[in-house]
Design a protein around this ligand. Structure first.
Ligand SMILES: [Fe+2]
Length: 124
């Protein structure tokens, strides 16, 4: 079967403006809430115009050894200059975990497609 996964692009966010940057602690306490922020363009700003913009970022968590990712957050950025209004591609969620695992973020640019990033997270 042809999978959508093969179209997920990635890279170093410091040099590739589409890669979502995941901001959260490397290690958190079990069942204690923490801030998880995702953003695009921390190093190189991505355009935000009607013609070219980031449409959404989705965030998933996969527990260590797990098979099924859990969607943690879904951020839609809907304004790209209409009446002078802009939504910048930044999203903040308040998350609790009780097992270590991986956080994945996937972003979608209306011109350049799907981009992903991931980080490991320890839970103690
Ligand atoms: Fe783009």
């Amino acid at each position: 079967m042809d999978s959508l996964g093969k179209f997920l692009q990635t890279g170093d966010w410091k040099g590739e403006k589409h890669v979502p940057v995941i901001h959260c602690p490397n290690k958190v306490k079990a069942d204690e809430g923490f801030e998880l922020e995702v953003s695009i363009g921390d190093a190189i700003k991505h355009p935000n115009t009607l013609e070219h913009h980031i449409v959404w970022i989705k965030v998933f968590y996969l527990e260590k050894g797990g098979k099924f990712p859990v969607e943690l957050a879904n951020f839609n950025f809907s304004a790209h200059g209409e009446a002078g209004a802009f939504t910048e591609p930044v999203g903040l969620a308040y998350v609790k975990l009780n097992k270590p695992g991986k956080i994945y973020a996937i972003s979608y640019c209306n011109i350049h497609g799907l981009w992903e990033n991931s980080i490991d997270i320890e839970v103690e």
